[in-house]
Design a binder for this molecule. Structure first.
Ligand SMILES: C[S@@+](CC[C@H](N)C(=O)[O-])C[C@H]1O[C@@H](n2cnc3c(N)ncnc32)[C@H](O)[C@@H]1O
Length: 362
């Protein structure tokens, strides 16, 4: 994916993803296409939506543009693509021109303010976006009147109470308004000089520096669907905290049978409330660990940015998997998953906190 020149910086999100995240994750076009082909098929399958059902449908996609390309390849009649970042829009418009694609319309928009030309949408694919919106109610107010009767909105959103989102929300305290992508990259290269895992690096910069970050509980989407008189299908267990191998995202489908419930749009939405990760009902062990973690992270303010970045990136290695490289044997190897993952994670985070506290105090 190659990008054109930068646009005005009117919104912190307008120049973040293409420049800092997707430039790592989507550096190889063929790899990106295969990844999104797999992803969209998997997401549709989860909800039992057959690809054939999408023919003659109008789709709304938000993001890098690759999802729009895949929906077009799957035979959708019309695809609307929106993103706040003009580079994604320029990329997709150029891709469409190069490949003589006429049924994708890509426009730059802040979806909380406008949906551009998108209308009569049969399927809105809101994957990895809702938790980055400052004004979620604004988005829903724009979206619902533009949905067709008998249409669906698919959300994929960060799941509060999972290990990855719990740890990331804490780490952001020390990174989001202080560190830069370059500082995180330098720390990463120092800690892992054996070759970069682009997906890991992109996810790390995204998690630690994205201007807006939230995590939700499924009950909040269920409550909003009820308020709006929409049918709701939620693919997630109702746990408050589960630090085992739970996915950091959960999926929800809202079905719009008709448009009669929309008068409730004036009510505040549960998912519209500003909250990050609710720690109030955490089990004691998790609450204590959280406090120790926040202590260490707050303490980083008294240290240089280089040291802060080293600690944050070291801890980020506990957030997600990294392509494992055995430098001694020159091999890429894959370790089997630990059978008691939650206990292992908690134990290693505790050990790391102790180790970093001592290191910082030297
Ligand atoms: C994590 S990315 C991924 C999106 C999607 N899953 C993909 O891979 O294409 C989030 C995207 O949402 C876009 N975005 C964030 N806030 C937005 C807003 N208010 N309006 C429109 N796009 C927005 C970002 O520019 C970015 O491309």
């Amino acid at each position: 994916m190659s990008f054109d020149t930068a646009e005005p910086l009117h919104h912190p999100m307008a120049t973040f993803y293409a420049e800092q995240v997707h430039s790592h994750i989507l550096a190889d076009d063929q790899q990106a296409l295969r990844k999104y082909q797999r992803r969209i098929r998997a997401e549709l399958e989860r909800f039992g939506i057959a690809v054939d059902q999408l023919r003659d449908k109008t789709i709304l996609d938000i993001g890098s543009g690759w999802q729009a390309i895949v929906f077009q390849q799957l035979g959708c009649r019309q695809v609307y693509h929106l993103d706040i970042n003009s580079r994604h829009v320029k990329f997709l418009n150029r891709y469409c021109a190069d490949n003589q694609i006429a049924n994708i319309i890509s426009e730059q928009a802040d979806i909380s303010l406008s949906l551009g030309s998108a209308k009569q949408i049969d399927l809105a694919f809101v994957a990895g976006v809702y938790h980055h919106l400052q004004d979620r109610e604004g988005f829903i107010k724009n979206l619902l009147p533009n949905m067709a009767a008998n249409s669906d909105i698919l959300f994929r959103v960060y799941r509060a109470g999972t290990w990855s989102r719990w740890l990331t929300s804490a780490l952001r305290v020390a990174s989001a308004d202080r560190l830069t992508p370059t500082q995180l990259l330098s720390a990463y290269r120092l800690l892992h000089p054996y070759g970069e895992d682009n997906q890991f690096v992109g996810d790390m910069i995204d998690d630690l520096l994205t201007p807006q970050w939230l995590a939700f509980h499924p009950r909040e989407f269920i409550a909003d669907a009820e308020l709006l008189s929409l049918q709701c299908q939620c693919l997630s267990e109702p746990f408050a905290f589960d630090f085992s191998s739970q996915d950091e995202n959960f999926r929800v489908k809202w079905h719009i049978a008709d448009k009669n419930g929309f008068h409730n749009l004036l009510h505040p939405l549960t998912t519209g409330k500003a909250h990050i990760v609710d720690e109030t009902n955490a089990p004691l062990e998790i609450a204590e660990l959280h406090e120790q973690l926040l202590d260490l992270l707050a303490n980083l303010n008294r240290h240089t940015e280089r040291d802060a970045a080293l600690v944050v990136v070291s801890l980020y290695f506990l957030v997600r998997k990294h392509t494992h490289i055995d430098a001694f044997n020159g091999q890429i190897s894959h370790a089997p998953e630990n059978p008691d993952l939650a206990a292992w994670r908690i134990e290693h985070l505790k050990k790391s906190l102790l180790h970093f506290r001592n290191w910082l105090n030297q």
